[in-house]
Design a protein around this ligand. Structure first.
Ligand SMILES: [Fe+2]
Length: 187
C-alpha cells in the first residue's frame, strides 16, 4: 500500500501539472496549439481517472474488513441472491480482468453489477455509479504476491470494508482528495 500510494500521488501531481500547463496556453481564432492541447487533455483524462479509481480502491481496503449491511446488503441479495454469490461473482470478474474490477450501481435500472474495465480512463458502464474498485494491474500486487494473482484477489476480498461502499450506494459520500493534503491510507 505504501508503494502503491506513491504511484497515486504521482498521478495527483501530474494532474496538477497538466492543469497548470493548460491555463498557460493562449489560443486565438487564428493560432491554436492544437496538438499540445489534445495531448494534454488526453493525459488529463487518464490521470484524473487513475486518481479517482485509486481513491475508491484505497477506500475499500482495511485491516479489519466490514461486511455490507442495510440497504446495500438488501440490494446485493436482490441482485445476486446472496452475499456469497456476490463475492463469488466479484472474485470471478477480478480473475478475468487485467485492469480494474468494479461493483457499480446501474443508475438506469437500479441493478448492481460486477464489471471489468481494462483501461484507467474507460469506466465499465455508462451511467453507472462506481461503488467498489479492485486494482488488478500488476503494480498493485507484484511486490507482495509475485505471480500469485489469485492470492492477491482473495486477500482483497478478505479485507473489504463495505462502509464507504454503503455510503456511495446511498449517495452520501463523495471523494475530494485531489489537490488537498492527502495522507496515506491507514491499514
Ligand atoms: Fe494501481
Amino acid at each position: 500500500m505504501e508503494e502503491h500510494y506513491k504511484l497515486y500521488l504521482a498521478h495527483v501531481k501530474k494532474g496538477d501539472d497538466i492543469t497548470e500547463r493548460l491555463t498557460r496556453i493562449q489560443c486565438t481564432r487564428s493560432t491554436c496549439q492544437a496538438t499540445e492541447i489534445a495531448n494534454l487533455k488526453g493525459d488529463l483524462t487518464f490521470v484524473l481517472s487513475a486518481v479517482r479509481n485509486h481513491e475508491i480502491y484505497f477506500d475499500i481496503l482495511a485491516a479489519q474488513g466490514a461486511p455490507p449491511t442495510g440497504a446495500l446488503l438488501e440490494a446485493i441479495r436482490a441482485c445476486f441472491g446472496s452475499l456469497e454469490n456476490y463475492l463469488g461473482d466479484l472474485r470471478q470478474t477480478a480473475r478475468t480482468c487485467r485492469g480494474w474490477t468494479w461493483t457499480v450501481l446501474d443508475e438506469c435500472t437500479g441493478r448492481l453489477w460486477n464489471l471489468p474495465s481494462q483501461q484507467a480512463a474507460t469506466g465499465p458502464l455508462w451511467k453507472a455509479r462506481p461503488l467498489l474498485a479492485l486494482d488488478l494491474f500488476e503494480h498493485a500486487f507484484f511486490g507482495d504476491y509475485g505471480w500469485r494473482r489469485l492470492d492477491y484477489i482473495d486477500a482483497m476480498i478478505a479485507h473489504l470494508n463495505f462502509k464507504p461502499v454503503e455510503a456511495r450506494y446511498l449517495g452520501i459520500e463523495g471523494t475530494t482528495m485531489i489537490g488537498t493534503e492527502a495522507s496515506p491510507p491507514q491499514s
